[in-house]
Design a protein. Structure first.
Length: 178
């Protein structure tokens, strides 16, 4: 009977070695899986960012808006020539009297419409669902940067940090009227 116990011990040792080998393989594959997940997440974020940037600038509208803005600025101000030195397409031009929201990309027009229709100051997180985006941190931050850009360019006001209102410099017309 001694040889039967020896045989069982040998089988147990072989099974243990196989289990340890598989556990080591599993640990290696888990590490590779985490690296692949990280790479996938970075690619997803890059794709979303590029999609947002491309959505903001349709080639015909952006070029036409830029040309219209330059033409208006050259007749409106002695300093308008400075705007011509901007490299690339200016998707959100500085607001000038008589300028219509049609010069803006659609997402900016949507934001202006929501702000104009609000009974008081609004936050980025209130605007996001109203323009059809999911209320995720990334979308809220992207919208906040668009709001800040609109403030910078004279389309909106931000008297209190994070609270946006239609620009007071504008005429009595709402930003989405024609």
């Amino acid at each position: 009977m001694g040889s039967l116990f020896e045989e069982l011990e040998a089988c147990e040792a072989a099974a243990r070695a196989r289990v340890e080998g598989l556990e080591a393989e599993l640990a290696e594959l888990s590490g590779k899986l985490e690296l692949a997940r990280g790479s996938l997440e970075r690619l997803r974020i890059a794709r979303e960012t590029v999609a947002e940037v491309l959505a903001e600038m349709t080639p015909e509208k952006s070029a036409a808006a830029f040309d219209q803005t330059i033409a208006r600025e050259s007749t409106a101000s002695a300093y308008a020539g400075a705007e011509r030195h901007v490299i690339g397409v200016l998707t959100v031009p500085n607001w000038q009297p008589g300028m219509e929201v049609e010069v803006l990309p659609q997402v900016y027009r949507d934001i202006l419409e929501v702000v104009a229709d609000a009974p008081g100051p609004v936050r980025a997180k209130q605007i996001v669902p109203r323009i059809g985006l999911p209320a995720e941190t990334g979308k809220i931050e992207g919208t906040r940067s668009k709001l800040k850009r609109l403030v910078e360019r004279g389309w909106l006001d931000e008297d209190t940090p994070g609270l946006f209102t239609p620009a007071r410099l504008r005429t009595a017309k709402s930003p989405n009227s024609r």
